[in-house]
Design a protein around this ligand. Structure first.
Ligand SMILES: Cc1cc2nc3c(=O)[nH]c(=O)nc-3n(C[C@H](O)[C@H](O)[C@H](O)COP(=O)(O)OP(=O)(O)OC[C@H]3O[C@@H](n4cnc5c(N)ncnc54)[C@H](O)[C@@H]3O)c2cc1C
Length: 403
């Protein structure tokens, strides 16, 4: 095959791929004619997702002057129902709930207006590395590039081509849109129900706007914790809805999978790297839109540097990601997932319940606000105080006793 037609191909025009394209062109305008996004669908296209975006994700776009205009339900806080009771934090504007069919379309339009070339209706089937680049087999023939980014979500074809498995953390998700009911939390709250200790996950109620009508998006997220058996998530959601006078039979069931990030898993190979859900998002909640937008920003900085040096090895991507706030965030969420869904779960829940600062900090983080060290320290000390008071059954016991 002849010379590569593109310096970089981004596979997937979701939030991760489009954010990366925008950030890269912002840093390297001359890449415009050498960069393409291949998207298998045509916008507006559906993506099963509850659509809650933490403001910190959209700040990543705002830093390069991008604003995505899409209908949205505004979010001001988060409430969590635990077996020990309910906690909540209301902190002003912290994000919004969008419909992905509208949001991704609007983001794609902004990207095109800024010079990003998006080829729609092109599915990538496989990727092969050759001497001077990669060859992508697509539904429209072969495409040659110097490097490729897999931003193609949970079923990533690029990930498969890299020879990587599904990853440590996988989750099942089932969601529906329903009318609002009187038991619903206040409209501007994202509600998470973790009150059933036999579920490795949670049920949710989010406000949403469908064709101008205020509805509720509800669903169930179950992390497939290694070693656990089957679970009937549809039955669980059915009962949850019935408690609210709703019937699952009346709803369109939207079932999908998710992939969580695990720190030691590879996310790059020579000339290929992964971002967004192709690499992995938050395993504990399945939150992935803000992460996808932030992956785009972080990978944009990394790739601009690599491409300027004509270095397509990409092998430093994992380390570059690790050194960012996003990398630290994903690592912490992996660690929490590994500990929370086990025998110490009630201990963590009590600690969380007794430390209202922790939820407030989490909500402020979701919103992209600065978290003062003093606040982090106070929340940390409160958790330690809880661990000390309950040291007989604390998972921190060996550490507390040796300290
Ligand atoms: C039911 C459900 C509810 C969720 N709710 C939330 C929520 O409320 N908030 C939140 O933050 N996250 C939520 N998530 C997670 C969130 O949807 C994802 O983490 C996020 O969309 C990841 O973005 P991405 O750009 O990496 O991948 P995606 O959004 O999946 O985008 C991938 C893109 O690649 C395209 N593509 C795929 N394969 C190919 C191919 N072979 N060739 C070309 N193109 C391809 C797809 O068409 C798509 O456009 C939810 C997930 C599910 C399943």
């Amino acid at each position: 095959m002849s010379q590569p037609e593109h310096d970089l191909v981004i596979v997937g025009g979701g939030p991760a791929g489009l954010s990366l394209a925008l950030h890269l062109l912002h840093r390297m305008p001359r890449l415009r004619s050498r960069l393409v996004v291949l998207e298998k669908e045509h916008y507006p296209r559906e993506k099963y997702c509850a659509g809650a975006i933490g403001r910190r994700g959209e700040l990543a776009l705002q830093r390069i002057g991008v604003e995505v205009k899409a209908p949205a339900a505004l979010v001001e806080g988060i409430s969590v129902r635990l077996p020990q009771g309910q906690i909540e934090a209301r902190r002003g504007a912290i994000g919004r709930v969008v419909r992905r069919i509208e949001y991704d379309h609007a983001l794609a339009r902004v990207a095109e207006a800024r010079g990003v070339k998006i080829e729609q209706g092109v599915r990538v089937l496989g990727v092969t590395r050759v001497d001077d680049g990669v060859v992508l087999e697509t539904s429209r023939g072969l495409v040659k590039a110097r490097g490729v980014v897999g931003a193609d979500g949970v079923g990533s074809a690029v990930r498969r081509a890299m020879g990587l498995g599904a990853g440590l953390w996988r989750a099942q998700v089932l969601e529906v849109d329903t009318p609002c009911v009187p038991q619903d939390p206040p409209r501007a709250m994202l509600h998470f129900d973790l009150s059933d200790p036999t579920l490795d996950g949670y049920l949710w109620d989010f406000p949403t706007i469908v064709d101008g009508e205020p509805l509720a998006c509800r669903g169930i997220y179950r992390l497939l914790v290694p070693g656990r058996g089957e679970d009937d998530i549809q039955g669980r959601l059915e009962r949850y809805l019935a408690e609210r006078g709703l019937s699952l039979r009346d709803c369109k069931k939207k079932r999908y999978a998710e992939r969580g990030f695990a720190p030691r898993e590879a996310c790059a190979a020579p000339r290929m790297l992964l971002i967004g859900e192709a690499a992995g998002v938050d395993p504990i909640t399945g939150e992935g839109i803000a992460q996808a937008l932030l992956y785009g920003e972080v990978a944009g900085a990394y790739l601009a540097d690599q491409l300027a040096r004509r270095d397509y090895s990409f092998t430093g991507w994992g380390q570059a990601l690790e050194g960012t706030v996003l990398g630290l965030d994903l690592r912490i969420r992996h660690e929490i997932s590994a500990r929370y869904f086990g025998p110490a779960r009630p201990f963590y829940e009590e600690a969380f319940k007794e430390t209202p600062d922790a939820l407030r900090l989490g909500v402020d983080y979701f919103a992209g606000r600065k978290l003062e060290r003093s606040r982090q320290l106070i929340a940390g000390l409160r958790v330690l105080g809880h661990a000390w008071r309950h040291r007989a059954r604390s998972p921190l016991r060996p550490w507390l006793e040796s300290a």
